[in-house]
Design a protein around this ligand. Structure first.
Ligand code: CO
Length: 500
């Protein structure tokens, strides 16, 4: 390996250390930080992210990249690394240090304000912070692409390289039609009873369930841990330190099981990245994109975690942990209930069919916030109208409406589409995995998740950031993104459950 690449890796690893320290401060803020420590934490985060940025834009990186530009002898991984390094260097170099630190500071304050606003159902308290996050994102978009007329496209590209508002709108309009059609068929059939899932189950019992299912799918506890937060998430604090969180809702225990499995799915991805030992701690050892990340979490949560094969070996243990809530219910009724389709208010608890409609709502609204056609003060009203239009529901309060998700508070505009794209990717990967592993269902039914984990690790996790999202999809499945895999998966699964 040439000395220039070795030096790039060395600088990159220092930047990664700063990034991971920043992630640790952020994780601590969401889990254990005392209320009054928020302001200083914001300063700490601003400082550390400023230092990470300084590392990422040092002129030496530009010189090293230029020296390697003409080299014809680099191998595939080295070329992939240079591609990622160049892209990141060019992007970071456009961002002024003051903007980076201001975003880190405001994000921390805004997230703290969101937690309180959501708890107290008080949008007006959060609105000035949200305004600040919108303004900072518009500013960031204009700095990254000074000639760009579509700031939202610039933001989308940060989460899914190459994606645009128009492109996503096209995919979503087909998806919306398909979802509404499947929903219509389901609604025409007798509905499933899931009332027994709403019996009281203590947080302690749910913690046991979370532990059980983390182990079942193969979360490596020597390389991570689970904690409790207002909004479940996964964060990487080090190559061998992947933190996940969940929340315990006492009158709906499945929520924590599926949140934990979802986040553990993200964690398995992070734990499995290893394009080559030489590139550990570099940008090549990052995930490909947020949508591919979501394909992993949602595959474990839904395609695997809500299947009857997966539950066969675990149902009896669940009944034992459920403090009587499942006594006398029976396996088939349970499977029906955890797959119940019904329009509801909360995205993270939505079924697989209506979930995409929640994402379309957020996509439309955040595009409007960034383009300026929707003002922050009109957001609650616009949210409630869209909810009526897409899901036919009245929103009783903002805590169950526009305050439910943390993403905008974190300044993550352009993130939401990843969730729906993740479903599409997941279904396409799943189809290929089932082709490659014909006894997959049998193995899951015997409580053995290792074949699934192995396939995902080899094909999707290991390469890290060596490919663009579309390249990875083609390499693994042989085809570009095709939304019909997801529709077929839904049709097949729900025709079985609802008998249409
Ligand atoms: Co996720």
């Amino acid at each position: 390996m040439r000395d220039e690449i070795k030096r790039l890796i060395e600088i990159d690893r220092q930047r990664t250390l700063f990034t991971h320290i920043g992630a640790l401060l952020g994780w601590d803020q969401e889990t254990y930080l005392p209320e009054r420590a928020v302001e200083e934490r914001a300063e700490q985060l601003a400082l550390i992210q400023g230092l990470a940025h300084e590392k990422a834009v040092q002129p030496e990186i530009g010189d090293l990249l230029a020296a390697l530009e003409e080299d014809k002898d680099l191998d595939g991984l080295e070329l992939a690394y240079l591609r990622v390094a160049k892209r990141e260097f060019e992007r970071e170099s456009k961002l002024p240090a003051e903007l980076v630190t201001e975003m880190a500071r405001q994000t921390s304050l805004s997230q703290a304000s969101w937690v309180q606003a959501r708890k107290e159902n008080d949008f007006s308290r959060f609105a000035p912070y949200l305004q600040k996050m919108v303004d900072l994102n518009i500013e960031m978009a204009s700095v990254l692409d000074p000639k760009g007329e579509q700031p939202y496209d610039v933001l989308l590209d940060l989460f899914e390289i190459g994606s645009t508002e128009d492109g996503i709108a096209k995919v979503f309009s087909v998806m919306r039609e398909d979802l509404v059609r499947v929903l219509g068929k389901i609604r025409s059939r007798p509905q499933v009873d899931d009332s027994f899932l709403r019996g009281k189950v203590s947080a302690a019992a749910q913690a046991k369930m979370s532990d059980h299912f983390m182990d079942a799918i193969g979360f490596d506890r020597s390389r991570g841990r689970l904690d409790i937060t207002a909004h479940p998430f996964t964060t990487t604090l080090g190559r061998d330190d992947i933190r996940i969180t969940t929340r315990y809702i006492e009158d709906y225990f499945p929520s924590s099981i599926f949140s934990t499995v979802h986040e553990a799915g993200h964690a398995l991805y992070e734990m499995g990245i290893d394009p080559h030992p030489d590139f550990r701690g570099t940008k090549l050892a990052d995930a490909v994109s947020m949508a591919v990340h979501e394909s992993q979490s949602r595959m474990w949560e839904n395609l695997i975690g809500r299947s009857s094969q997966f539950w066969k070996p675990h149902y009896a243990s669940l009944v034992g942990m459920a403090e009587g809530a499942l006594d006398g219910i029976g396996f088939e009724n349970f499977i029906g209930a955890i797959n119940k389709v019904e329009p509801s208010l909360i995205r993270t608890e939505a079924d697989e069919v209506t979930y995409g409609l929640h994402v379309i709502l957020r996509f439309d609204l955040e595009a409007a916030l960034i383009s300026g056609s929707l003002s922050v003060s009109d957001l609650p009203e616009a949210w409630n109208q869209k909810m009526k239009e897409l899901l036919g529901l009245e929103v009783p309060d903002n805590a169950q409406g526009c305050l439910q998700d943390v993403h905008w508070a974190m300044g993550a505009f352009g993130y939401f589409p990843s969730y729906a794209l993740g479903n599409l990717y997941a279904a396409q990967f799943w189809s290929k995995m089932n082709e490659d592993l014909p006894d997959l269902g049998e193995r899951l039914g015997a409580g053995d998740c290792a074949p699934v984990r192995g396939w995902l690790q080899r094909n999707i996790h290991k390469p890290g950031n060596s490919y663009l999202p579309g390249e990875l999809l083609e390499k693994v499945t042989g085809k570009p993104l095709d939304a019909s895999y997801f529709t077929r998966y839904l049709e097949e699964k729900y025709s079985r459950i609802y008998g249409f």
